[in-house]
Design a protein around this ligand. Structure first.
Ligand SMILES: CC1=C(/C=C/C(C)=C/C=C/C(C)=C/C=C/C=C(C)/C=C/C=O)C(C)(C)CCC1
Ligand SMILES: [Fe+2]
Length: 567
């Protein structure tokens, strides 16, 4: 009974708990080891079909630092760690789920930002937390669970940070303080990838063969999961010897038949373009492109784009910096440095031959997410003359990275401090020209000068397309607080917003048999100002609400998701 009450309290009164901390909950001696293992049957009306598992995140965390308690007490649930390791149950639906929507939406993202007495600094540091929405004949069965990466398991066991995360480096052990060779050891551990995290908190993809994989930017952070139970299955073992290059793009491009990704080379600055067949674990190197800039490191490549015949490789002036990678304390740009004087480039590689068919200099840019790209045949003779590539572009301003520090997110209330972003459109001529263009596709004011976390109809991948779904803004805000549908042909924008919300990436699922690009639904998970959260379903065409389903507790902000259809 005691555990029943504890679990109910944990799950149904998040805003009461937001003034307590996860650490306080976790040191609750009422939850003993036996209770931890107990599956709790909850009589709450939301949880009719499934049972709820209560698990303790960290049982012996000391009282947190005052500054952070203040931060979390006042902060939005979007930036508050999940209150328990896992939960599962049915959600009550308001509205009507389309009967054709059968399958699972899976979302990944950082969801736990403290371990032991250590509070993470940056949004991207948090431990991966999967959230699922299983649509089944008009009902939604949901759940969340922390991913059992080695980084998370080690942190739980030792009650401290054990691997290098996005902005954090573990403190050297006492014995290493006095060791004059420990610096060399750290370099070896970094370049062998040993000290890097496998906390796959960035995205989740469904490979063509049905396997579901969580990802981050370290190759060792490619982890297979069961999309139904959210169990961690284990590491995805690349069977090709390319892992020694440590990092890769967090956003491979996946179709039913293949997967493309980029592997930056920190030693000889450049990128390998690799392809993996569905059903295989072996990536083949299709080609390599050398960086054009004189700077030491390659440009950061969080994502990239493809057309039918080409792979676009961005070389952004925000570059990996080995010096910053080695530093224990975070630098203003973390593991990166801003080198606009060395130029910004986009390279185009043939998918078939691996040849570089264009390499153009473009105005400086900062992008994390490419939206889509396609070939245009201006002469009408069937031969592509130009490539159009769209991305969420931060006006060549790196401040967005600092805006995503937890302290900043938690402490700005009502200030209009979110730096502007737009849909940046690259035009890359295929005639050997030296320069490409970068323009604003749609007047940014129309989507509140915020633009990130985008999706498109996946059937239009690499093809001429019209609609972008993304997070936009209703100003004033310190973070994108609206969902937006942008018609990039007619330059029209629709906005969906409610007061005090932080929505995650709007994910488009096409209706089977649809003949219009926007015939489908958009799924997002919304964190509310009052500490709650809900899943929202918008009509892909009208962008109006079709249905929503409230979670019995608050979920933090998440990053990217995928759709696993029910067969
Ligand atoms: C762990 C190491 C690294 C990790 C890099 C990671 C985890 C990068 C993640 C980047 C993400 C999640 C970018 C998302 C951007 C979202 C934006 C701008 C949203 C804006 C608002 O809507 C390396 C840095 C690769 C170094 C090695 C260690
Ligand atoms: Fe991303």
């Amino acid at each position: 009974m005691a555990s029943l009450i504890t679990a109910k309290a944990i799950m149904s009164h998040h805003h009461v708990l937001s003034s307590t901390r996860i650490t306080t909950l976790c040191s609750d001696k009422a939850i003993d080891n036996q209770q931890r293992k107990t599956k709790l049957q909850i009589s709450h009306r939301f949880f009719s079909r499934r049972t709820i598992s209560a698990a303790v995140i960290n049982s012996a965390s000391p009282v947190p630092k005052k500054e952070t308690v203040e931060d979390e007490r006042r902060c939005h649930v979007a930036w508050t760690s999940v209150q328990q390791e896992k939960w599962e149950g049915e959600l009550t639906v308001q509205g009507k789920i389309p009967t054709w929507l059968n399958g699972t939406y899976l979302r990944n993202g950082p969801g736990l930002w403290n371990i032991g007495d250590h509070d993470f600094r940056h949004l991207f540091d948090g431990y991966s937390t999967l959230v699922k929405l299983e649509f089944d004949d008009g009902r939604i069965f949901s759940g969340h669970r922390l991913l059992e990466s080695n980084a998370y398991k080690a942190a739980k066991k030792h009650k401290k940070l054990c691997y290098r995360e996005f902005s954090e480096t573990p403190k050297p052990s006492r014995s290493n303080f006095k060791n004059p060779f420990s610096g060399v050891g750290e370099i070896v551990k970094l370049f062998s990838g040993e000290s890097l995290t496998d906390n796959a908190n960035t995205g989740v993809i469904r490979l063509g063969d049905g396997r579901v994989m969580c990802l981050t930017e370290t190759q060792k952070g490619s982890i297979l999961v069961d999309h139904d139970t959210l169990d961690t299955i284990g590491k995805f073992k690349y069977d090709d010897g390319l892992c020694d290059h440590m990092i890769h793009s967090a956003h491979p491009i996946v179709t039913e038949t293949e997967m493309w990704t980029l592997i930056p080379d920190l030693v000889k600055p450049g990128y390998r373009v690799v392809r993996m067949e569905a059903g295989s674990n072996k990536r083949e190197v299709v080609g390599r492109v050398k960086c054009r800039s004189g700077s030491w490191g390659p440009g950061w490549v969080h994502s990239f784009a493809v057309t039918e015949n080409y792979v676009l490789i961005p070389e952004m002036p925000l570059r990996y910096s080995v010096r910053n990678l080695l530093r224990a304390e975070p630098t203003p740009l973390y593991k990166f440095e801003w080198c606009p004087n060395d130029g910004a480039f986009v390279h185009v590689m043939s998918k078939l031959t691996g040849e570089i068919v264009a390499s153009v200099e473009v105005p400086a840019y900062v992008t994390f997410h490419f939206i889509n790209a396609y070939e245009e045949d201006e002469n009408g003779d069937g031969k592509a003359t130009v490539i159009i590539a769209d991305c969420c572009e931060h006006n060549a301003d790196t401040r967005i990275l600092d805006m995503l520090r937890l302290h900043t997110l938690r402490s700005s209330h009502g200030d209009d401090v979110l730096p502007d972003a737009r849909i940046g459109r690259f035009r890359i001529p295929l005639d050997g020209s030296k320069y490409g263009k970068l323009e604003t596709a749609v007047e940014a004011e129309k989507h509140g000068r915020a633009m990130d976390m985008c999706s498109i109809n996946p059937l239009y991948l690499g093809l001429k397309y019209r609609y972008v779904y993304a997070c936009g803004a209703k100003r004033p805000c310190n973070f994108p607080n609206a969902l937006t549908k942008v018609d990039i042909v007619e330059k029209e924008v629709k906005i969906w917003h409610e007061h005090g919300i932080i929505p995650s990436e709007p994910f488009f699922v096409p209706r089977p048999g649809a003949t219009h690009e926007d015939d489908g639904v958009v799924i997002s998970i919304v964190s509310e100002e009052n500490g709650g959260s809900y899943a929202i379903l918008l009509d892909g065409s009208s962008f109006e609400e079709i249905a929503r389903a409230k979670f019995p507790y608050g979920l933090p902000y998440g990053l990217h998701g995928c759709w696993i259809p029910k067969h």
